[in-house]
Design a protein around this ligand. Structure first.
Ligand code: P6P
Length: 333
C-alpha cells in the first residue's frame, strides 16, 4: 500500500511483507543505506566550506583521482553497512577487491552482499553539480557459514534483490526498488526524515531528451553517430533536446521523470565505454526495467550479461523503452 508523504520507515514496514524474502534483513539494509546517505549528504552539502574538496593525491583502481568526498563516502557506507551486521560482503567501485565481512558476521550467517558506487560523478563536486550514490543488493550464492567469494559478486544483474541511488541535488532523494516498482523519497533535512514524494516512478515510453557526451562523437560506432543524427533531424517530434550533466544519477533521474535516453557507448578508444557493469549499469538497469524503461549495451539486455570481473565496463543505453529500441535499431546496421 502506497500513500504519498508517508515516511521511508513507514513505507519499509508496510511493504516488507510484500517482499518475497521478507526476513527483515533487507529492510534493515535499506535503513542502513538511508542512514549513511544522510551522513554523506551532510558533508556533500557543505563541501565548499570545509577542506574536503580536492584530490587526495591517490587514484582508484579505475585510474581516477580520488576526491576526498569519494573516500569519505566510501568509508561511511562501508562502515555503516558493516556495523549494522546485516551483510556478509561488500564490493565498492573505490576498492580494488571485495571485502569479506568477518568482524561482525563471524559465523558468515548474513545472506546479502552489497555493491556500491559511493559517490558517482564526483568530478562534479568542486563545481557544485549534483552527484549520487548507487547501490545494488544480491543474495549470496556460496554456502552460508563460509566467507564470501568473488562468485557472490559476479552474479548477473537479473539476480539483484534490490537496487537504488541517492541523488545529492537541489534536494536529496533516495530512489530504490526491491523488485516491486520504483519509489522516490525526498529528505527533509530539517528533521532528517525521508518522505515518499515520487510513488511508482515510471519512464514515459517515449521522450525528447538524449544524454551523451558528444565530445566523443568522432570515436563512436557508426550506429551511435547515426542515432545522434536521427535525434537532431528536423522531423516529427524531433529534433530532441540534448541534456548531459556528466553525472549518471542526475541524467537518469531527469530522464525517468521527463522521458529520455542516456548513452555511454563504447568507442574506438574504449570499446567497452566507461561505465562499470557491477556498480553503475546493473543497478540502474534494474531500476529502469522496474520503471517500465529499458537498458542494454546496444545489443544485449544489461541484466543478462554475465560479469567476468569486478570492475568490468560495458557500453550503456538506458531510458525510455521506445528510445532505447530505436537506438538498438541503429546499432544493428
Ligand atoms: P564523461 C561519472 O564519472 C560517470 O561515471 C557518470 O556518472 C557520468 O555519466 C559519466 O561518468 C561522465 O563521463 O566521460 O562524459 O565525463
Amino acid at each position: 500500500m502506497i500513500s504519498k508523504n508517508q515516511t521511508l520507515g513507514e513505507f519499509i514496514i508496510e511493504n516488507q511483507a510484500s517482499f518475497r524474502y521478507s526476513s527483515g534483513e533487507l529492510s534493515r539494509l535499506i535503513n542502513s543505506i538511508r542512514l549513511a546517505a544522510k551522513v554523506v549528504n551532510h558533508e556533500v552539502n557543505k563541501a565548499g566550506l570545509v577542506d574536503i574538496i580536492g584530490n587526495i593525491g591517490e587514484t582508484n583502481i579505475q585510474g581516477e583521482s580520488q576526491q576526498k568526498l569519494d573516500v569519505y563516502a566510501n568509508d561511511k557506507f562501508i562502515q555503516t553497512l558493516i556495523n549494522r551486521n546485516i551483510i556478509c560482503g561488500i564490493a565498492s567501485e573505490e576498492e580494488d577487491n571485495f571485502i569479506a565481512i568477518n568482524s561482525q558476521d563471524e559465523n558468515h550467517q548474513n545472506k546479502y552482499v552489497v555493491l556500491i558506487d559511493p559517490l558517482d560523478g564526483s568530478s562534479n563536486i568542486d563545481v557544485n553539480v549534483s552527484v549520487g550514490t548507487i547501490f545494488s543488493v544480491y543474495r549470496r550464492i556460496t554456502e552460508l557459514g563460509t566467507p564470501v567469494t568473488q562468485e557472490d559478486f559476479l552474479q548477473k544483474g537479473n539476480q539483484q534483490v534490490a537496487a537504488g541511488y541517492v541523488i545529492y541535488g537541489t534536494s536529496t532523494m533516495l530512489v530504490y526498488t526491491t523488485g516491486d516498482g520504483v519509489n522516490g523519497f525526498t529528505l527533509n533535512p530539517a528533521i532528517g526524515s525521508y518522505y515518499l514524494s515520487h510513488p511508482n516512478m515510471q519512464f514515459p515510453e517515449d521522450g525528447q531528451i538524449y544524454s551523451v557526451n558528444e565530445g566523443n562523437y568522432i570515436h563512436f560506432p557508426q550506429g551511435v553517430k547515426n542515432y545522434i543524427k536521427y535525434c537532431q533531424k528536423e522531423e516529427g517530434n524531433r529534433p530532441y533536446t540534448s541534456r548531459y550533466i556528466g553525472s549518471l544519477v542526475s541524467d537518469f533521474h531527469r530522464n525517468m521523470i521527463k522521458g529520455g535516453i542516456y548513452l555511454y557507448p563504447g568507442n574506438s578508444k574504449n570499446p567497452n565505454g566507461k561505465l562499470r557493469l557491477l556498480y553503475e549499469c546493473n543497478p540502474m538497469a534494474f531500476l529502469a526495467e522496474q520503471a517500465n524503461g529499458k537498458a542494454s549495451d546496444g545489443f544485449t539486455r544489461i541484466l543478462d550479461i554475465k560479469p567476468t570481473e569486478l570492475h568490468q565496463r560495458v557500453p550503456f543505453f538506458c531510458g525510455s523503452k521506445n528510445m532505447v529500441e530505436k537506438a538498438e535499431e541503429f546499432m544493428k546496421h
